[in-house]
Design a protein around this ligand. Sequence first.
Ligand code: SF4
Length: 238
Amino acid sequence: MASLRIQERFVSVQGEGALVGVPSSFVRVSGCNLRCVWCDTPRSSWAPEGEATGLDELVEWCAAGPRHVVLTGGEPMLFSPAAELSQALRAAGHHLTIETAGTVWCEGLQADLMSISPKLSHSTPWRRDPKLATMHEAARLNLDVLARLISSYAWQLKFVVRTAALEQLEADLAEIDQLVAELDLPKDAREQILLMPEGVDDTSLRAGYLAAIDSCRARNYRLGLRLHIHLFGHTPGT
Ligand code: SF4
């Protein structure tokens, strides 16, 4: 039986995106092709942990939880058994969200929502690890894969933006606007594009929301909340 290396699994409410607040089982696959400098799940990327877990065990565990399941990482699309797991979960009646950076295609993968978080240039760890930074920079955006995901699944695009200084926010928005133009997304899809201010506590997030709100109004992008941080803080398993 196929397996996936799982770093953690837990039941909580969705903290981000269009389904914020929906009770969901989270299954976090260990392993990532990127090394974001601010990665909030380093135990599935920089220092991957976890045990190989049979897909049948994962399906059984999800069956005991909410209808909504979120397959996240790390980067679940890197691992071909994710396709078989996605098929089994949807056949069992689950609503399945895939959380991905959108850099790789996974053949046969099924999803009700492809939650894509393309990485902007501020994610690249130049000072922390120049060698990995070069690898990250080469891999962090793949327009062909992004376009294929968007044309194949229901989707949302989530962008982490820096809001501590206006120049940083403007630089990030310029990258987002360029990517949105290159993907040729229709104007009426703008509310599927979320600006997610950086922050790991109530105070910094509130400041980030206020800094980003005018850009959301001007472009019709959605303001991306982080409910799990407001509820539980910056805590694994939430
Ligand atoms: S893509 Fe996600 S899991 Fe991978 S390094 Fe970046 S934030 Fe971490």
